[in-house]
Design a protein around this ligand. Structure first.
Ligand SMILES: [Cu+2]
Length: 169
């Protein structure tokens, strides 16, 4: 959008300025679980030690993506849509899981995870053993600073983080 055009849009939308500015800026919502019946695009993501392919995924505001995530590596990996704040909170949980034997470097113990209340069935994430595949359907409601990361201890720090880029922002 050119500068003159955006001035025009602002004038036209003067009475709904709040909504117009929210759309033009960056919000803080990472979005919500999407409707599997209304998927706009399917994107395959491969996880290996310590990276994602692709490492950057461009989406549009309002788009619903089905991510087909495959662990092609030799260790347990996670695809977790979020931001630095959400990953920070998740990290402690993962460390607990390692300590208590719910998870080793290359295996998940689902019965221990269930007993410990750490099922990891959040709609924004998939925690996978080598060779496993999962699908995540996600709606990106607004442009925000976010990405996807692996919260297995040491992996994010080792570079296992990717970026969600919003087209037009
Ligand atoms: Cu990982």
């Amino acid at each position: 959008m050119t500068f003159t055009k955006s001035i025009g849009a602002m004038t036209a939308l003067i009475f709904s300025a709040g909504a117009a500015f929210a759309g033009a800026g960056h919000g803080d919502s990472i979005g919500k679980a999407g409707d599997p019946a209304k998927v706009d695009r399917i994107i395959e993501v491969s996880m290996t030690e310590m990276k994602y392919d692709p490492a950057t995924i461009t989406v549009a505001e309002g788009e619903t993506i089905k991510f087909v995530v495959r662990n092609d590596g030799k260790l347990v990996h996670e695809f977790n849509l979020g931001n630095k704040a959400s990953w920070g909170g998740h990290k402690g949980e993962m460390q607990k899981m390692m300590k208590s034997g719910m998870m080793t470097m290359n295996k998940l113990d689902h019965s221990k995870m269930m007993e410990g209340g750490m099922m990891h069935d959040d709609p924004n994430a998939a925690l996978l053993e080598p060779g496993q595949t999962a699908e995540i359907v996600w709606t990106f409601t607004e442009a925000t600073e976010m990405g996807f990361a692996c919260n297995v201890p040491g992996h994010l720090e080792g570079g296992m983080v990717g970026e969600i880029a919003f087209s037009g922002h």
